[in-house]
Design a protein around this ligand. Structure first.
Ligand code: 2AM
Length: 186
Protein backbone atom coordinates (compact mmCIF):
# COMPACT_ATOMS: atom_id res chain seq x y z
CA UNK A 1 0.00 0.00 0.00
CA UNK A 2 1.07 3.57 -0.70
CA UNK A 3 1.73 5.42 2.56
CA UNK A 4 2.84 8.74 3.98
CA UNK A 5 3.21 10.18 7.49
CA UNK A 6 1.54 13.48 8.33
CA UNK A 7 0.11 15.90 10.85
CA UNK A 8 -3.38 17.32 10.29
CA UNK A 9 -4.66 20.80 11.20
CA UNK A 10 -7.89 20.96 13.25
CA UNK A 11 -11.21 21.90 11.58
CA UNK A 12 -11.12 25.59 12.54
CA UNK A 13 -7.60 26.01 11.10
CA UNK A 14 -8.85 24.30 7.94
CA UNK A 15 -11.87 26.64 7.82
CA UNK A 16 -9.66 29.73 8.12
CA UNK A 17 -7.41 28.53 5.34
CA UNK A 18 -10.44 27.67 3.19
CA UNK A 19 -11.71 31.23 3.62
CA UNK A 20 -8.30 32.64 2.66
CA UNK A 21 -8.36 30.42 -0.42
CA UNK A 22 -11.90 31.50 -1.35
CA UNK A 23 -11.03 35.19 -1.41
CA UNK A 24 -8.04 34.79 -3.74
CA UNK A 25 -8.62 36.89 -6.82
CA UNK A 26 -6.10 34.89 -8.84
CA UNK A 27 -7.16 33.01 -11.96
CA UNK A 28 -7.71 29.43 -10.73
CA UNK A 29 -8.10 27.72 -14.05
CA UNK A 30 -4.58 26.30 -14.31
CA UNK A 31 -4.57 24.87 -10.80
CA UNK A 32 -5.67 21.57 -9.30
CA UNK A 33 -6.65 22.40 -5.72
CA UNK A 34 -6.21 19.93 -2.91
CA UNK A 35 -9.38 19.15 -0.93
CA UNK A 36 -9.69 20.69 2.55
CA UNK A 37 -10.81 17.41 4.11
CA UNK A 38 -7.42 16.03 3.07
CA UNK A 39 -5.23 18.98 4.04
CA UNK A 40 -2.15 17.73 5.88
CA UNK A 41 1.49 18.45 6.60
CA UNK A 42 3.54 15.65 5.10
CA UNK A 43 6.48 14.59 7.28
CA UNK A 44 7.62 11.75 5.06
CA UNK A 45 6.39 10.14 1.87
CA UNK A 46 7.00 6.39 2.08
CA UNK A 47 5.68 5.06 -1.23
CA UNK A 48 4.71 1.40 -1.51
CA UNK A 49 4.99 -0.55 1.76
CA UNK A 50 4.39 -4.30 2.07
CA UNK A 51 2.64 -5.95 5.06
CA UNK A 52 5.84 -7.26 6.71
CA UNK A 53 7.47 -3.83 6.55
CA UNK A 54 4.27 -2.18 7.77
CA UNK A 55 4.46 -4.04 11.08
CA UNK A 56 8.09 -3.02 11.69
CA UNK A 57 7.34 0.54 10.55
CA UNK A 58 4.33 1.02 12.84
CA UNK A 59 6.33 -0.15 15.89
CA UNK A 60 9.06 2.33 15.05
CA UNK A 61 6.62 5.19 14.42
CA UNK A 62 4.86 4.51 17.73
CA UNK A 63 8.19 5.02 19.51
CA UNK A 64 8.92 8.19 17.52
CA UNK A 65 5.51 9.66 18.44
CA UNK A 66 6.01 8.84 22.11
CA UNK A 67 9.29 10.70 22.39
CA UNK A 68 8.29 13.90 20.56
CA UNK A 69 6.09 16.48 22.30
CA UNK A 70 2.91 18.01 20.83
CA UNK A 71 3.76 21.02 18.65
CA UNK A 72 2.23 24.49 18.62
CA UNK A 73 1.89 25.45 14.96
CA UNK A 74 0.02 27.81 12.71
CA UNK A 75 -0.49 28.18 8.98
CA UNK A 76 0.25 31.39 7.15
CA UNK A 77 1.78 33.08 4.14
CA UNK A 78 2.21 31.55 0.75
CA UNK A 79 4.92 30.11 -1.41
CA UNK A 80 5.59 27.69 -4.23
CA UNK A 81 7.90 24.95 -5.31
CA UNK A 82 8.88 26.29 -8.71
CA UNK A 83 5.89 26.34 -11.01
CA UNK A 84 4.49 23.01 -9.72
CA UNK A 85 3.15 23.41 -6.18
CA UNK A 86 1.41 26.23 -4.31
CA UNK A 87 1.56 26.01 -0.53
CA UNK A 88 1.02 27.81 2.73
CA UNK A 89 3.81 27.91 5.26
CA UNK A 90 3.91 26.28 8.68
CA UNK A 91 4.89 28.60 11.53
CA UNK A 92 5.47 28.19 15.24
CA UNK A 93 7.49 25.31 16.66
CA UNK A 94 9.12 24.48 13.35
CA UNK A 95 12.39 23.34 14.95
CA UNK A 96 10.42 20.67 16.79
CA UNK A 97 8.57 19.88 13.56
CA UNK A 98 11.89 19.41 11.76
CA UNK A 99 13.12 17.11 14.52
CA UNK A 100 9.92 15.09 14.30
CA UNK A 101 10.17 14.83 10.50
CA UNK A 102 13.83 13.74 10.80
CA UNK A 103 12.88 11.03 13.32
CA UNK A 104 10.02 9.79 11.13
CA UNK A 105 12.34 9.62 8.14
CA UNK A 106 15.00 7.82 10.17
CA UNK A 107 12.40 5.29 11.38
CA UNK A 108 11.32 4.68 7.79
CA UNK A 109 14.92 4.13 6.69
CA UNK A 110 15.49 1.67 9.54
CA UNK A 111 12.40 -0.17 8.27
CA UNK A 112 14.32 -0.33 4.95
CA UNK A 113 12.09 2.10 3.08
CA UNK A 114 13.83 4.31 0.52
CA UNK A 115 12.95 7.76 1.86
CA UNK A 116 14.11 10.71 -0.22
CA UNK A 117 17.03 12.62 1.21
CA UNK A 118 15.71 16.11 0.40
CA UNK A 119 15.73 18.74 3.17
CA UNK A 120 12.36 18.95 4.93
CA UNK A 121 10.36 22.08 3.99
CA UNK A 122 7.39 22.59 6.37
CA UNK A 123 4.35 23.36 4.19
CA UNK A 124 0.76 22.43 3.39
CA UNK A 125 0.13 21.88 -0.32
CA UNK A 126 -2.85 23.89 -1.56
CA UNK A 127 -2.70 23.32 -5.29
CA UNK A 128 -0.68 21.76 -8.04
CA UNK A 129 -0.23 23.01 -11.55
CA UNK A 130 -2.72 21.54 -13.99
CA UNK A 131 -1.47 22.97 -17.28
CA UNK A 132 1.95 23.83 -18.63
CA UNK A 133 1.50 27.59 -18.47
CA UNK A 134 0.26 28.24 -14.96
CA UNK A 135 1.87 31.06 -13.03
CA UNK A 136 1.69 30.36 -9.28
CA UNK A 137 3.27 33.66 -8.27
CA UNK A 138 0.09 35.77 -8.01
CA UNK A 139 -1.61 33.27 -5.67
CA UNK A 140 1.54 32.88 -3.56
CA UNK A 141 1.82 36.68 -3.27
CA UNK A 142 -1.84 37.07 -2.35
CA UNK A 143 -1.49 34.47 0.39
CA UNK A 144 1.34 36.43 2.01
CA UNK A 145 -1.13 38.27 4.23
CA UNK A 146 -2.85 35.14 5.53
CA UNK A 147 -2.03 34.31 9.16
CA UNK A 148 -3.95 31.47 10.76
CA UNK A 149 -4.46 31.04 14.49
CA UNK A 150 -2.15 28.75 16.46
CA UNK A 151 -3.18 25.13 17.04
CA UNK A 152 -1.52 22.18 18.68
CA UNK A 153 -0.56 19.11 16.69
CA UNK A 154 -1.23 16.29 19.13
CA UNK A 155 -1.22 13.27 16.84
CA UNK A 156 1.00 11.65 14.25
CA UNK A 157 -0.85 9.88 11.43
CA UNK A 158 0.16 7.11 9.08
CA UNK A 159 -2.02 7.65 6.01
CA UNK A 160 -2.79 5.48 3.01
CA UNK A 161 -3.16 7.12 -0.40
CA UNK A 162 -5.50 5.43 -2.87
CA UNK A 163 -4.42 6.87 -6.19
CA UNK A 164 -7.29 7.85 -8.47
CA UNK A 165 -9.96 6.87 -5.93
CA UNK A 166 -11.06 10.41 -4.99
CA UNK A 167 -13.31 12.90 -6.81
CA UNK A 168 -12.19 13.73 -10.32
CA UNK A 169 -9.45 11.11 -10.30
CA UNK A 170 -7.63 12.59 -7.29
CA UNK A 171 -6.16 10.45 -4.53
CA UNK A 172 -8.27 9.41 -1.56
CA UNK A 173 -6.54 9.48 1.81
CA UNK A 174 -7.34 6.97 4.54
CA UNK A 175 -5.82 7.13 8.04
CA UNK A 176 -4.24 3.77 8.91
CA UNK A 177 -2.86 4.36 12.42
CA UNK A 178 -2.63 7.47 14.62
CA UNK A 179 -0.48 7.97 17.71
CA UNK A 180 -0.61 10.63 20.41
CA UNK A 181 2.56 12.71 20.49
CA UNK A 182 4.56 12.87 23.71
CA UNK A 183 2.96 10.05 25.64
CA UNK A 184 6.27 8.85 27.04
CA UNK A 185 6.53 9.92 30.63
CA UNK A 186 3.02 11.42 30.57
P1 2AM B 1 3.05 17.39 -0.21
O1 2AM B 1 1.98 17.73 -1.16
O2 2AM B 1 2.91 18.01 1.11
O3 2AM B 1 4.45 17.51 -0.77
C1 2AM B 1 0.67 12.05 -0.37
O4 2AM B 1 0.94 11.76 -1.70
C2 2AM B 1 1.53 13.19 0.08
O5 2AM B 1 2.89 12.78 0.09
C3 2AM B 1 1.44 14.36 -0.86
O6 2AM B 1 0.49 15.27 -0.38
C4 2AM B 1 2.82 14.91 -0.87
O7 2AM B 1 2.86 15.90 0.10
C5 2AM B 1 3.72 13.87 -0.31
N1 2AM B 1 4.76 13.46 -1.20
C6 2AM B 1 6.08 13.73 -1.05
N2 2AM B 1 6.79 13.16 -2.02
C7 2AM B 1 5.92 12.52 -2.83
C8 2AM B 1 6.06 11.74 -4.02
N3 2AM B 1 7.26 11.50 -4.56
N4 2AM B 1 4.95 11.29 -4.59
C9 2AM B 1 3.74 11.53 -4.04
N5 2AM B 1 3.54 12.21 -2.92
C10 2AM B 1 4.62 12.72 -2.32
Amino acid sequence: MRLFVALTPPPDAVDELWTAREVLRTDRSGLRWTRPEQWHLTLAFLGEVDDATLEDLTERLARVAARHPPLELSLGGGGRFGDRVLWTRVRGETDGLRRLAASVQAAARRARLPVEDRPYRPHLTLARRAGAHTDLRPAATELAGFAGRPWTAEELHLVRSHLGAGPGGTARHEPVVSWQLGLRGA
